[in-house]
Design a protein around this ligand. Structure first.
Ligand code: BV8
Length: 242
């Protein structure tokens, strides 16, 4: 289905486009979305229970096993046309801000730069006490910080943890400044990320949601494209280039 001409015009006229992506943009790369990530061994766990500091402190071995499983899953995935389309969009519009809730690094592998990782990065290890990123060669089930001896944990933001300040401030400033806000492949259920669309709307940005399953917030968007990101984005980006 051809995108709405109103959205194409808005993209062509935009000074600044801001995109927020969620697990849905990586679904076509074979990375399960956050809500259906629990396959097989993990089916009995709720990600909201596992992605918390409490779960890590209670059972660091289990949490490390889960994240190593996810790292393997993502390492074998490739960016898809949706990721590449956003990397292309950055070359077309005067200013482009890409904010992702995903921790899989697929935007960067598709060529996007300056990606704001709102919820951190799956492949970084951080000291659970000091928060610093730690490079190491440890093979222990639960690696430890060479500086203070605390457990290392994956460099993601867990439920109940604050968003990194720079990512938070930069993202909300971009949402407030942009002319077009694209919400792509997210259920828009997790805050504060889900609040970015509201800020864009309050600052008169044209807003669009791209999701094959329209979310509960779809009615709040100027345009709701009920399509997969890998199908809708390449066409949307090329039409906005002319
Ligand atoms: C915070 C990283 C405060 C980890 C993630 C009680 C205590 C504390 C906080 C709270 C609380 N109650 C509520 C909160 C706030 C909480 C929250 O929002 N909870 C929700 C559940 C209500 N938020 C937080 O805790 C945040 N921090 O509030 O801090 C604070 C302040 C100061 C000091 C201390 C604390 C932190 C939240 C970050 C959690 N980390 N990920 C990891 O990955 O392991 S969240 C994780 O789920 C994702 O990153 C993402 O953000 C989120 C939702 O996932 P989605 O990306 O939307 O994916 P989902 O599966 O849901 O949906 C996929 C969509 O794609 C679907 O709609 C589907 O239709 C669509 N789709 C499918 N295929 C395609 C597609 N779309 C396009 N194309 C396709 N092909």
């Amino acid at each position: 289905m051809r995108p709405d001409p109103g959205l194409i015009t808005a993209l062509r006229d935009a000074r600044h486009v801001c995109a927020l992506t969620g697990a849905g943009i990586s679904a076509e790369s074979g990375v399960p979305t956050f809500r259906d990530a629990q396959q097989g061994l993990w089916a009995r766990y709720d990600p909201h229970e596992l992605a918390t500091p409490e779960a890590f402190e209670r059972n660091p071995e289990l949490i490390w096993e889960w994240y190593r499983w996810r790292r393997d899953l993502v390492a074998s995935a490739e960016p898809n046309p949706g990721h590449y389309a956003l990397a292309r969009l950055a070359q077309i519009v005067p200013r482009f801000t890409l904010i992702t809730q995903n921790v899989d690094g697929l935007h960067q592998r598709a060529g996007s730069t300056g990606v704001i990782e709102f919820h951190g990065n799956l492949f970084e290890d951080r000291c659970h006490a000091e928060g610093c990123v730690v490079e190491h060669e440890q093979t222990a089930t639960v690696p430890v910080c060479p500086d203070c001896g605390a457990s290392l944990r994956p460099g993601v933001v867990w439920f109940g943890e604050a968003i990194p300040e720079t990512a938070l401030d930069t993202s909300f400033a971009a949402a407030a400044d942009c002319d077009v806000f694209l919400s792509i492949g997210t259920s828009s259920l997790v805050y504060p990320a889900a609040g970015l669309a509201d800020v864009a709307r309050e600052h008169d940005a044209v807003t669009a949601e791209i999701n094959p399953n329209p979310t509960a917030q779809a009615a709040g968007f100027d345009f709701a494209i009920a399509s997969k990101a890998g199908a809708a984005l390449p066409e949307l980006v090329e039409l906005s280039a002319v």
